[in-house]
Design a protein around this ligand. Structure first.
Ligand SMILES: [Fe+2]
Length: 259
């Protein structure tokens, strides 16, 4: 069994609240009997792309589990690279792939600098084709990006989703190894299908964004009351995928008494 945790839209903003919520989620994951084999952070790591916010994230992500992060529309590629990843600053897309047991995880930068919606750049597609060409045959692949490539009945996010989703759909449907596409951005745990595969949208640790059935635009957009939450993706020996969504109470959980 491979366990991949997905944390999203952490929105580090130099305030204590969002940082404490991520710390609580990371402590929950690190304390699991079967620790995640990897933690994916699917964008909007920071609220406004400041280096000090990435410094906060770097501290919170310093757990005994590999953490792999990509940018969202609130991030800044140069600061993300230099402060969070410790690499030379550059505004090129931040794409990276990792082997987690039998699984290949390809994380794609769908951000467009200065724009809220997303798109995968030509160089990202070229990079992804290279990853898939060298990934083991008959072993599973997960794709992760910030912007959902499908309609989610989210009046706010549907307007700023992934552009040109058909390009990604063509790639996904042509490779049977891709077991699912993971995204963030919606601030609401959601599932649908995309190119015949599950599209799994992780909750935000920071807030919950209302859907079409409840939203009264322009008011009552974000709900800050719910506890932070996380997605847990489990892949078995036959490469089938099961996902659980779990909220992490700020008051503590079984076995760990509240402060
Ligand atoms: Fe976000």
């Amino acid at each position: 069994m491979i366990l991949v945790a997905q944390v999203s839209d952490t929105h580090f903003d130099l305030g204590a609240r969002n940082a404490e919520r991520v710390e609580q989620v990371m402590a929950f994951l690190a304390g699991l009997r079967h620790k995640p084999d990897a933690i994916l952070v699917t964008g909007d790591v920071t609220d406004s792309g400041k280096p000090e916010q990435y410094a906060e994230a770097r501290l919170a992500f310093d757990v005994d589990i590999p953490v792999y992060a990509i940018p969202g529309n609130h991030d800044d590629r140069a600061a993300f690279r230099s402060t969070l990843l410790g690499e030379a600053a550059s505004t090129a897309p931040i794409n990276h792939a990792h082997r987690v047991g039998d699984l290949t995880v390809a994380l794609l930068d769908s951000s467009i600098p200065g724009e809220p919606s997303g798109r995968l750049a030509d160089e990202t597609y070229t990079w992804l084709h290279g990853v898939l060409a060298t990934a083991p045959a008959d072993k599973p692949v997960l794709l992760a990006l910030h912007h959902p490539p499908a309609h989610l009945f989210s009046p706010v996010v549907d307007e700023i989703a992934l552009q040109e989703p058909e390009k990604l759909a063509e790639l996904v449907s042509s490779d049977q190894r891709i077991v699912a596409v993971l995204t963030g951005h919606a601030h609401s745990p959601a599932t649908t299908t995309f190119a015949g595969r599950p599209l799994l949208v992780a909750p935000s640790t920071a807030s919950v964004l209302g859907g079409a059935w409840e939203l009264d635009l322009p008011d009552h957009v974000m709900d800050y009351a719910p506890d932070p939450a996380v997605a847990l993706h489990l892949i078995d020996e036959k490469h089938s995928l099961t996902t659980h969504f779990r909220s992490v109470p700020m008051s503590g959980w079984l076995g760990i008494p509240p402060n």
